[in-house]
Design a protein around this ligand. Structure first.
Ligand code: HEM
Length: 502
């Protein structure tokens, strides 16, 4: 039978199922959260079209409240839009909302959920997270991390000094090269400035993998319907290609390490892959044996989760700083008066720079790179406010909306005003790194990285938009891909060397 002849049958079956489901729900005594009106089969999908998801959900939450339920296909989503309800999900009921939803793409790209970020809640996830923290992000590696970061910063400052005068520098490219350099050196011992393989560049690969991990329409429709959507949209083919590129890249890195003798590398110089391979050879009764797939999945998390989030934050920070003469002058004065006649700003100098910290915080308030965090899935039935929430409901927390809500931040909520943090103790009002046991394990290291790079660029140079434009006219429009980045055009600014004798 022609496959298209099946469509009417599928539609009739789906409508019947939804009708029966609605009847059953109405009879139950559950108090479900308010929900916008739904259409058969697609649920609330039509209300999310044409805008970014976080913006559309924020608008709906103004009408339906801070705990709202929406249906996409057959999947229930709980939309959380206030600090108090976010606290219930990420703190009070964290033990229930600590899992992640499963999907075909996630299963493939994470080597069957072997990673940290997308793994369902399990002992395996706990062990992998512990390894990521102890062998990559934790205090044991902090010294090496700062050393590598300072070397990359020196190299970008030199490259800007050699840039033709009055010509704009592409800061998106510069930040990507810097953070890629640091992450690759820390994780793989090589900054892979040159592409190790013939496939797409790391930048393109990150973009493609993030897009696939971010979810797909077919995931929301059960059984045959979902599979038909996947098949006819070419999604399966795209997923396979994306996985092959990623897997080949990671295989090259691991094979390079197998060809080296780990015994010759001092403990201080061991990179993340060395440490993981060494652990995979050790027998430990307290731990499951670490497989090659586990090592690959952890490398995937570092490449896909660690680089772009940091780069996007730096681009937003520089854009906001340059747009406001007042902020730029105040920040430069703090940095320059704090470290007279030194060549560079280092991590010890940063500790005293309170305004710099507020500037980075304010950037993350207005521009959290993951506006709805990562989805949290509930393990069992629970109540949020007085509403019943069914098991396997996916909670999306609107960090973007809360970060801009005038009820929390006052009338100047939309303004970039770092001084607001002088009198504001943050609890659950802004959540750029999420919260609870699934919060970002780089919550302390990443802001410090952003601070150090920005401080050095503002110490050594003055910056302008160029092309005869006023700094205040810089376009701040968002573009939504897998992360919320600054509009499609890269951030290009003109540097002028600062004379320390001035
Ligand atoms: C400015 C930089 C970064 C931002 C804004 C950021 C943001 C986030 C957010 C919003 C989440 C989801 C939290 C939740 O679901 O509640 C997350 C999770 C995660 N992030 Fe980050 N991140 C950044 C940098 C990094 C870096 C550098 C790494 C590692 C190298 C990293 C690794 C992870 C991992 C592994 C998870 C999943 C944790 C889990 O599920 O247990 N992130 N991050």
């Amino acid at each position: 039978m022609d496959i298209f002849m099946l469509f009417p049958v599928i539609i009739v079956l789906s409508v019947t199922c939804i009708f029966l489901y609605t009847l059953t729900c109405n009879r139950s005594s559950m108090t479900v959260p308010p929900s916008p009106p739904k259409l058969p089969i697609i649920g609330n999908l039509h209300q999310l079209l044409g805008k970014s998801r976080h913006e559309a959900l924020w608008q709906l939450s103004k009408q339906y409240g801070p705990v709202m339920q929406i249906l996409i296909g057959s999947k229930q989503f709980l939309i959380i839009s206030s600090p108090m309800t976010a606290k219930q999900v990420l703190k009070t009921q964290d033990h229930i909302f600590c899992s992640r939803p499963m999907s075909h793409a996630v299963q493939r790209l994470t080597y069957n959920y072997s990673d940290v970020a997308f793994a369902p809640h399990s002992d395996h996830w706990r062990e992998m997270r512990k390894l990521l923290v102890s062998e990559f992000l934790g205090p044991k590696k902090a010294h090496l991390f700062n050393h590598v970061l300072m070397m990359e910063i020196e190299s970008i400052v030199r490259s800007i000094e050699l840039h033709p005068s009055n010509a704009a520098v592409n800061l998106n490219e510069l930040f990507f090269a810097t953070i890629k350099g640091v992450m690759c050196k820390m994780a793989f011992g090589n900054n892979y400035r040159r592409q190790p393989l013939k496939g797409p560049s790391l930048e393109v690969m990150i973009y493609e993998v993030q897009g696939m991990l971010g979810g797909w329409l077919g995931d929301n429709f059960p059984g045959l319907l979902g599979r038909i959507i996947d098949l006819f949209s070419g999604w399966n083919r795209k997923l396979q290609k994306c996985f092959s590129n990623l897997d080949a890249y990671i295989d090259t890195i691991i094979d390079d390490h197998y060809n080296q003798s780990v015994a010759e590398v001092s403990d201080d110089d061991k990179d993340f892959v060395h440490s993981l391979l060494e652990l995979s050879l050790k027998e430990d009764v307290d731990r499951h044996p670490l497989t090659r797939e586990d090592v690959k999945a952890l490398i995937m998390d570092v490449i896909i989760g660690g680089i772009d989030t940091t780069v996007v934050t730096m681009v937003w920070a520089m854009s906001e700083i340059v747009r406001s003469d007042r902020v730029m002058q105040k920040l430069q004065s703090e940095i320059r008066s704090g470290i007279r006649r030194k060549q560079k700003v280092d991590e010890d100098d940063i500790i005293k720079m309170t305004y710099l910290k507020m500037v980075v915080k304010e950037t993350l308030r207005l521009h959290p790179p993951a506006p709805l965090l990562m989805p949290h899935e509930s393990l069992s039935h629970c109540q949020i406010e007085s509403y019943d929430v069914a098991p396997r409901t996916i909670a999306l927390i609107n960090a973007w909306g809360m970060g801009r809500d005038p009820r929390i931040w006052g009338e100047n909520a939309a303004e970039f005003y770092p001084e607001r943090f002088e009198n504001f103790e943050v609890d659950f009002e802004m959540l750029p790194f999420g919260g609870g046991r699934r919060s970002c394990p780089a919550v302390n290291t990443s802001p410090a990285t952003v601070e150090l790079v920005i401080a050095n660029l503002l110490y050594s140079f003055n910056w302008e938009v160029g092309d005869g434009m006023k700094n205040g006219d810089l376009n701040m429009q968002e573009v939504v891909g897998s992360l919320v980045a600054r509009k499609n055009l890269p951030l290009c600014l003109v540097p002028t060397k600062y004379n320390q004798e001035e």
